[in-house]
Structure formats: structure tokens, C-alpha cells
Design a protein around this ligand. Structure first.
Ligand code: SF4
Length: 349
């Protein structure tokens, strides 16, 4: 443990087996202390950043039926929606009126919308002059399958139509055993990585997420972190990593226990320590609430995430935390930092 501690404090990379030892034997506060040391090395600045944006889910109709999802409607279910462009426009106007700089655009895997539909949607949104952080790798992979085009071609077309960056959603746990058991119709771990690698090679920045605390083992969480770190070594395209715990209510896996704030903070700290090549780590106030989010700032997080003017996916799993920009600023200040608004690429507004 002392050797691992020295490595972390010297700014060296730790191995997956060392991370496993830290996770099983490391004291809670020691993990926090080490993560805070990594955070301070990468972010000596006295501020904590956040972005003003809105999650727009253009449809909830989805053919994937992931066991951990409380949001989707199967195509044959009643009550599924697809937003009209007019509805999209109204949401974007509201976002801009609140100082928003970007929208997070994601949806279910719709069975039959063609690629041209998404291109039209992007061109329409870009008329509002706002950053589009959109279409997670499972969506891109789905569009590619429906269109019969390679992922690279789909990405180039979406970029030409206005896509600016890609969110790291749909990663869940990048381990095929876990994906096969929870979301067998979704892209594989290799396919998720391939979409991200192509995006980075085409010059787009993306984020990476990890949804943990369901059926995965700690080894599988470390497999996930290793895949993210390896891709970052190859491309440097990830701006941030966002670990967040599975929210079981209203899902097929609702019998599973909820991840505690204690376990969340340990995983957050371990992510900060392990992913020393990913510049930013986000706190997840939307799943953890404001108080644990404040503590996150001492367990490796340097970013408070998004104001999420609208959020539907976590809300569908019965989690109801809402924060305004002013509340986020107050929470950051009360924790002893200066709050600063940023853009997707972490430049300050
Ligand atoms: S997580 Fe995404 S892909 Fe899976 S069922 Fe929900 S909307 Fe569909």
C-alpha cells in the first residue's frame, strides 16, 4: 500500500492490480486524500467548473430494452414520443435564455428513422447557434447499421450537419459479460470504443462515462477504466470522465440495492487516481444530491457537471434532485471554491 501511495503522490500511473488493492484495502479517507492530490496536481486553480446545458431526449422509443433503463418505450408500447423540430426549437430557446451554451442531445434507438432525419435535426438545431453534444456511441452504431454505412462515414455526415462533440453515454460497463446480461441488443464494448476512437481521429472531443453498481464486479469496473485509459493514450480525445451509480427504481433490476454515497465516493476517487491521463472528472449531483456532490470535490472531482435544465433518464428511475445555476454556484462556494462556467471543451466562459 505504501508503494502504491508513493506512486500516486509522485504522479505515476498505477496498474489495475494496484487499483484493486487500493479499492479493497485502501481506507476511505486515504482514497479521498490520494484522489485530491491527483486533482490538485492536474487542477491547481482555485475554481470548480460547471456547464449550463439541457438534456434533450428527442425520443424515448427504443429497440434496445436495456434492463437498467427506466426511460425507454418499446416501439409497440403506447405513449412513446418523438419531439417535433418545433418542440426542439422551443427547448433550445429556453436554454439560451438561461445562459446555456450547449445541449446534450440523446435518444432511444429508434427502429426506423433514417440518417437524413438526424442530419436535418442537426442542421435545424445549428440554426440556433448552440453547441451540440450529441448521439452517444450506441446511437451512432445504430444509425450506421440502419444506413448500411461505416461508422466513420456516419460520423463525417453528422459532423458536416453540425455535430460538435459526443457524450460518453451508453458505456455502462465496458465488459462484454455485463453488456450481454444487461443490454444484449446494444453495441459491444469494442464497438463503443471504436466509435469513440473514430470520433477522436476525426477531430471531435468526447466524454466517457461509467454506470456502476449493478451486476458488475470490481474487476469489470477496472476493465472499463483500463479501456478508457488505453484509448486516451492513443488519441487524447476524452475531455472528462463521469462515473455515476446505477439507479434501480422502475427498472428490471429494481431488486438490486442502491449504491451508497460512501461507495460512490470511493469509486469516484479510484477513477481520479487511475485515469491520470483524463484531465477532468465530474461529480454526479443528479444521482447523489447536493451534499455528496460537495464532498466529491475533495474525492477527485474538479467539475460540478451540468445545470441540467431538463433531465429525463435519471428522473425516470425516481431520482428527483434539481439544482439551478445559482444553487450550484452556492454549493461550490460553500465548499471553498470559486464557481466558473465553462464550455464543453473546458474553456471558461
Ligand atoms: S439505456 Fe438507451 S439504449 Fe438502453 S433502453 Fe434506455 S434508451 Fe434504449
Amino acid at each position: 500500500m505504501e508503494k502504491i501511495r508513493d506512486k500516486v503522490l509522485a504522479g505515476e500511473r498505477i496498474t489495475a492490480s494496484e487499483a484493486m488493492k487500493l479499492s479493497s484495502e485502501g481506507d476511505f479517507y486515504e482514497l479521498g486524500f490520494l484522489a485530491d492530490a491527483v486533482k490538485k496536481r492536474l487542477h491547481p486553480e482555485p475554481y470548480i467548473t460547471y456547464v449550463i446545458d439541457r438534456n434533450i431526449n428527442y425520443t424515448d422509443i427504443c429497440i434496445s430494452a436495456c434492463k437498467f433503463c427506466a426511460f425507454f418505450k418499446a416501439p409497440e408500447d403506447e405513449g412513446g414520443y418523438v419531439l417535433t423540430f418545433e418542440e426542439l426549437g422551443k427547448k433550445i430557446e429556453e436554454t439560451k435564455a438561461l445562459g446555456g451554451t450547449q445541449i446534450l442531445l440523446q435518444g432511444g434507438l429508434h427502429p426506423d428513422k433514417p440518417l437524413e432525419y438526424y442530419e436535418d435535426m442537426l442542421r435545424f438545431i445549428k440554426g440556433y447557434d448552440i453547441h451540440v453534444h450529441g448521439f452517444s456511441p450506441p446511437e451512432i452504431h445504430h444509425f450506421s447499421g440502419l444506413a448500411g454505412l461505416p461508422v466513420r462515414e456516419v460520423l463525417k455526415r453528422l459532423m458536416k450537419a453540425g455535430l460538435d462533440s459526443i457524450p460518453g453515454g451508453g458505456a455502462e460497463i465496458l465488459s462484454d459479460r455485463v453488456r450481454q446480461e444487461t443490454a444484449p441488443r446494444k453495441c459491444t464494448a469494442d464497438q463503443w470504443i471504436a466509435v469513440m476512437e473514430e470520433s477522436h481521429n476525426l477531430g471531435m472531443r468526447t466524454t466517457a462515462t461509467m454506470m456502476f453498481g449493478h451486476i458488475e464486479t470490481m474487476e469489470e469496473r477496472l476493465e472499463h477504466l483500463t479501456r478508457v485509459r488505453d484509448l486516451q493514450d492513443r488519441t487524447g480525445g476524452f475531455t472528462a470522465f463521469i462515473p455515476w451509480p446505477f439507479q434501480p427504481d422502475n427498472t428490471v433490476l429494481s431488486h438490486l440495492p442502491k449504491t451508497t454515497g460512501f461507495s460512490y465516493l470511493k469509486m469516484l476517487a479510484l477513477s481520479r487516481i487511475f485515469l491520470e491521463n483524463v484531465p477532468n472528472i465530474q461529480a454526479s449531483w443528479v444521482t447523489q444530491g447536493p451534499k455528496i456532490a460537495q464532498v466529491s470535490l475533495f474525492f477527485g472531482a474538479n467539475d460540478f457537471g451540468s445545470t441540467m435544465i431538463e433531465e429525463n433518464v435519471v428522473a425516470a428511475a425516481g431520482v428527483g434532485f434539481r439544482l439551478t445555476e445559482q444553487e450550484i454556484r452556492n454549493l461550490v462556494e460553500e465548499a471553498g471554491f470559486e464557481p466558473r462556467q465553462r464550455l464543453m471543451n473546458y474553456t471558461l466562459v
